[in-house]
Every structure is written in structure tokens, then in C-alpha cells.
Design a protein around this ligand. Structure first.
Ligand code: PLP
Length: 503
């Protein structure tokens, strides 16, 4: 709102009198030095990342810490860049959990690298919104090719790749959660159409009320959420003793539901569960999905990156039976958030399900290249393929493979330290860069242990529970991690255990 409208209560404002407004020629006239400030931020970022190990990984602030540190209102006149810079350390950093510290072992990793950061800067500078091909052809076309590059790196079946000349292709979603939901909506649209053909007098609501989807009880919470958002029943099937969804359990559930008059339409198979990095048996579940004409979606959010290493590909056996496959380069492949790669054998189910076509989004080249707005939930999309391109070119596949293998080796080393200490036990198998472990004895002892570890603030991890067993998850997360960091983390855990067991 202009100042005159803010202050003039007489109704004689300059706007109402249609007097020409005096605007500066450019809002950047007084701020030409922004360019220099931008350059100094690069130095700050490098300094932050290179010395991240020295920061306390978990902040000590309490909720509400930030508001008193900054003014109640936005400044009317510009602040100086120096003030903004100094407030990063004063206001922001005390409240940052340092996800890229080698002392951070919570959740799963989130990726980070200079090539990806720089590519994101370029994406920010181009700042196009690539919802259609014509909205920025490079944005769409690089994405198509990068998803082919990535798909070949994982050795996905050709049917998923655009370069195969078939129907298939890839897309970058923001997150694995979106990919699960998008695939569910595509599967739902497909099944509704099929059922309508068989039962022309059934209305859509009747069909939807019969639809049922499945996942392992160990699937990520985003799968349950996709069921809620998609407005369908989602059943969770108990995993076997190794925490894997198995074919016979899936088939039994599908058969029972068919007998009960329900319509199975969608299964999520997880490769690398969040709780314990277990791998559902895709080789068994995939053919069952195909047999009952049920869409198979593979959620390999974390572990999918490891399939660039041939020695891990046996864990995705059966991939040719899947309808859609998703993994997060933004977790473990050095590409900063957000970048979730998804492939579909037949994207037309999404394109048809999500197609609304206002005149302002039409263009002459429609149909000759993907209009990615039809493959996702939002309309707008950033130029995310740039960061895949930069990372793959500047590291090369071999170095990314080495990064994955190093993390897996660190996890094995941590497992060894754990096994050598008779007070501890490993929970399940150590797969990839995650170790699930606990102090032998009651769950409460392990809850106290985790509180102690996180309370010291030197390393950070989160717990999980499978059945009645509470355990700690130690994920290798940082690309800066070295053997000495694993030893440091082990010492923190061991010291905390000493304190607890002494009492
Ligand atoms: N699926 C699995 C197996 C995960 O481990 C996670 C997160 O860790 C997700 C889905 C959710 O990922 P996103 O944050 O990309 O939605």
C-alpha cells in the first residue's frame, strides 16, 4: 500500500487524483552492491561447510528463542548487508541443527555438495517456472535427459526410460511422499476406468469405496498419508521376521479382499525402510501385483541411490514388474533437497488424471515434449535438473559410487565396534549406511541412553521401534565423515552407556 493511502484519511490521496506516482527506476538502484554481497555469501557457505564439524550438532535453544532476537516489524528502510550477515551467526546459527556435520546421525542423510548448491543458485537466477515445455524448454528437456542418465546409472528396465522411445519416462518430484501420492492417484484413475468398463452402471463413488491399497507395516508414514489424501483404504500387511513384505502375505490379503468384494489397485513396495533399511521382496510382490492387475510402486527413497553400485542391485530384483519407481537423489546422491526422481512405465495415467487445460497454459508444441505440470500436484516447478547435471558431471559416476560405498563401510565399522562391546546388540541386519543397535536389556534403558547422547549435544540420533523392541538408529549422513568421526560417535555412545550402567 502506498504511503499516501496509509496516511491520508481525507479521501484526497494522489492515487484517487490519478496523479503520476514517483517510482524509482529500479528497486536495485540503491542496492547495486547486492552483487558483492552475493559473492561474500559464497565465502560464508564454504567456511560454514568446511568447519561444520566444530559446531555443536544439536542447538540448545528453546521454542520461541528467535522472536526476541529480531524486530517486531519488517524494516521500512533497508538494513545493511553487514548487519544481515552478522545476524546469521547471532539469530540463525544458534537454532540450526547441523545436518551435514559428521556428528549428525539422525533420520537418513540429506544430500549436499558444492556442484548442487551452485546449480541451485543458477536455477534461482534463471528463476523460470517450467510447468510446460514452452515455459522454459531447457528446464523440461534437461529433466527428460537427466532422468534417462539416472535411470541408466541404476540399470532400470528400458521401459522406464524416455530414450527407449516407448511410453515411459521420468520426472523430478519434490519428495518421495509426493511420488507415492502421485502414483496412487494414477493407479486410482486407471482402476476406476477399468472397473467402469466392466460395470458401466456403477457410479464413481461406489467404485472408490471398494478400492484398496497395500503396503508393509514397515512402510514410511508418507504411504499411510497418501492413502488418506487419496481418499482410499490402505491396508498395512505385517512384515516377516526380517522386516520385509513377502509375496504370500500380500497375495493372501489381496485374495481375501477380492472375496469380500473389494477392488485391490495399488501396492507400495519399500526398498530400504526408514525404521531399519529392510528390503521388501520385490521379486515376490511384483509378480503378484501383475497377476491381480494391481499397480506396483517402488519406494526406494534412501536406498535407491545405492543401486548405482552393481553389487547392490540384487536388492531391486523384480524391478521389471513395477509400474513406477522412485528414489531421492536428495538423500544420498550429493544433490541438495529437493530432488526426488520418479519413473513411470506409462505416465499417461497421470497425465490423463491430472489434466486440466486452461487456454493460458496451452502451446503449439503440446504433445511433442512432456508438459510436466501433468505429472505432479503443483503447477509450478523449479529448474531442478540443473543440480543433477552439475553433480553427475563434476563428480562423475565413479566418485558418487565411492561416496555410497564409503558410507556403507563406515556403517560396517560402527557395527564392528558395537559387536565388540558385549553390553550392546545389533537389531536386524546392517544394510547400507544405517546401523540399528541397543543396549541389551529393557527398552527404558535405551530411552535413557538416547536422552543422554542427545543431551550431551555432541552427536545426534533418533530412535525407532519394531514390535516391542526400542532401538537407536545410527545413520551415516555427512559427506565429510571420516573413520575418526565414527570413533568419536562410538565414544560418545560408550561414555553415555558407562554413565547409565554405573547408576
Ligand atoms: N519413504 C522412505 C522409505 C523414507 O525413508 C522417507 C524418508 O526418510 C520417505 C519415504 C519420505 O521422503 P520425503 O521426505 O522425500 O517425502
Amino acid at each position: 500500500m502506498s504511503e499516501s493511502l496509509l496516511t491520508d484519511k481525507t479521501g484526497n490521496s494522489s492515487e484517487r487524483n490519478c496523479e503520476p506516482k514517483k517510482s524509482p527506476e529500479s528497486i536495485d538502484m540503491e542496492a547495486a552492491e547486492f552483487k558483492d554481497f552475493a559473492k561474500s555469501m559464497i565465502d560464508y557457505i564454504a567456511e560454514y561447510l568446511e568447519n561444520i564439524r566444530d559446531r555443536r550438532v544439536l542447538p540448545e535453544v528453546k521454542p520461541g528463542y528467535l522472536r526476541p532476537l529480531i524486530p517486531d516489524n519488517a524494516p521500512l528502510k533497508p538494513d545493511s548487508w553487514e548487519d544481515v550477515m552478522s545476524d546469521i551467526e547471532r539469530v540463525i546459527m544458534p537454532g540450526v541443527t547441523h545436518w551435514h556435520s559428521p556428528k549428525f546421525h539422525a533420520y537418513f542423510p540429506t544430500a549436499n555438495s558444492y556442484p548442487a548448491i551452485v546449480a541451485d543458485m543458477l536455477s534461482g537466477a534463471i528463476a523460470c517456472i517450467g510447468f510446460t515445455w514452452i515455459a522454459s524448454p531447457a528446464c523440461t528437456e534437461l529433466e527428460v535427459v537427466m532422468l534417462d542418465w539416472l535411470g541408466k546409472m541404476l540399470d532400470l528396465p528400458a521401459e522406464f526410460l524416455a530414450c527407449s522411445g516407448g511410453k515411459g519416462g521420468g520426472v523430478i518430484q519434490g519428495t518421495a511422499s509426493e511420488a507415492t501420492l502421485v502414483a496412487l492417484l494414477g493407479a486410482k484413475a486407471k482402476k476406476i476406468l477399468e472397473v467402469k468398463e466392466q460395470h458401466p452402471n456403477w457410479d464413481e463413488n461406489t467404485i472408490i469405496s471398494k478400492l484398496v491399497a497395500y503396503s508393509s507395516a514397515q512402510a514410511h508414514s508418507s504411504v499411510e498419508r497418501a492413502g488418506l489424501l487419496g481418499g482410499i483404504k490402505l491396508k498395512s500387511i505385517p512384515a516377516d521376521k526380517n522386516n520385509r513384505l513377502r509375496g504370500p502375505a500380500l497375495e493372501e490379503a489381496i485374495k481375501k479382499d477380492i472375496d469380500d468384494g473389494l477392488i485391490p489397485f495399488y501396492v507400495v513396495v519399500t526398498l530400504g525402510t526408514t525404521n531399519s533399511c529392510a528390503f521388501d521382496n520385490l521379486e515376490e510382490c511384483g509378480p503378484i501385483g501383475n497377476k491381480y492387475n494391481v499397480w506396483i510402486h517402488v519406494d526406494a527413497a534412501y536406498a535407491g541411490s545405492a543401486f548405482i553400485c552393481p553389487e547392490y542391485r540384487h536388492l531391486m530384483k523384480g524391478i521389471e514388474t513395477a509400474d513406477s519407481f522412485n528414489f531421492n537423489p536428495h538423500k544420498w546422491m550429493l544433490v541438495n533437497f529437493d530432488c526426488s526422481a520418479m519413473w513411470l512405465k506409462d505416465p499417461s495415467w497421470l497425465v490423463n488424471a491430472f489434466n486440466v487445460d486452461p487456454l493460458y497454459l496451452k502451446h503449439d508444441m503440446q504433445g511433442s515434449a512432456p508438459d510436466y505440470r501433468h505429472w505432479q500436484i503443483p503447477l509450478g516447478r523449479r529448474f531442478r535438473a540443473l543440480k543433477i547435471w552439475f553433480v553427475l558431471r563434476l563428480y562423475g559416476v565413479e566418485n558418487i559410487q565411492a561416496h555410497i560405498r564409503r558410507h556403507c563401510e563406515f556403517a560396517k565399522y560402527f557395527e564392528k565396534l558395537c559387536v565388540e562391546d558385549s553390553r550392546f546388540e545389533i537389531v536386524g541386519e546392517v544394510n547400507m549406511g544405517l546401523v540399528c543397535f541397543r543396549l541389551k536389556g529393557p527398552n527404558e534403558r535405551n530411552e535413557v541412553l538416547l536422552k543422554r547422547i542427545n543431551g550431551r549435544g555432541n552427536v545426534h540420533m533418533v530412535p525407532s521401534k519394531i514390535g516391542d523392541v526400542y532401538f537407536l538408529r545410527m545413520a551415516i549422513c555427512s559427506r565429510f565423515t571420516q573413520t575418526s568421526d565414527i570413533e568419536y560417535t562410538w565414544k560418545e555412545i560408550s561414555d553415555a552407556a558407562n554413565e547409565i550402567l554405573k547408576n
